[in-house]
Design a protein around this ligand. Sequence first.
Ligand SMILES: [Zn+2]
Length: 245
Amino acid sequence: MDSSFQWPDNKRAAISLSFDDARLSQCDKGFALLASFGVKATFYVSFGALDKRLDQWKLAIEQGHEIGNHTVTHPCTANFPWGRSNALEEYTLERMEKELTGANERIQSLLGVTPATFAYPCGQKFVGRGEQTRSYIPLVAKHFKVGRGFRDEVPNDPTYCDPAQALGIDVDNRSFDDLLPLINQTIERGGWLILAGHEIGDAGPQTTLRDTLARLCEFCAEEKSGLWLDTVDRVGSHVIASRNI
Ligand SMILES: [Zn+2]
């Protein structure tokens, strides 16, 4: 690793917790758990669900959590049957840019904050198909500090990663013991691990398990772990600032 890069406060590596779609269980079960450890996370919100818990989301911002952009209408490939009416294959870059700026405007008017980071719905980064396919990563780079992917495989190398396509790893339905090798790899490499989940609870589909979250928070809180656990915005800002020195 580039020897000039350093994590703050003699930390050896960083982890960010992120959760998508403003699932109600994030408010109903997640906030209390995170608060009990004093941990700040990043929430890539979807409208509709967000509106159902607006007061709780405002409180979450006061408590230091980050609200990120996840588009207005969550377009993904139409290979998901539910994606057929809003398919990335039918999008243009112009239409996608409206999804990005439109979501920022709605979040600003509902919650009074402007997102600094973004999560690609379904982790997909294209519009169109075949020879007309375009990447929308440049739009994300234009409007945000960080764009988080999904179902990636390795932690980000802070000396090399492109913040506009930062790797995000699925944390749903994984035990802490299952995650531990990945966490150790992150520490060994001095990397930045971004975990991405959906529901927060004790069982069920697309659910980050409370036991896993609690053990992860405890692990990071131990001085000897050398881990900095913070939002995508705060860790990403450190990574970006380190390159501009
Ligand atoms: Zn999503």
